[in-house]
Design a protein. Sequence first.
Length: 93
Amino acid sequence: MRWTSALAIYFLFWAFSVFFVLPFGVRTSDEAGVARVPGQAESAPHTFQAGKVAIRVTIVATILFGLFMLNYHFGWVTPETVDLFDRLGNEAS
């Protein structure tokens, strides 16, 4: 695999990891004991710390990408492994 392909795949893992990480560690204004701003949703976070989120996302994405690359190299999970309906034409002997 070319390094540019690996970099693009890592970027995809990073972008998808944002959705896994964002809900964790969020405190609303009510949980923080602070009055809400008029018009603010009850579920809105009290503060947003982009640096912490970026570090967490990078850690998760790096772990997932590492597992992906190990699978790419060693072939643990292949299309034949997840072919539940024998669409690839492999007959069990």
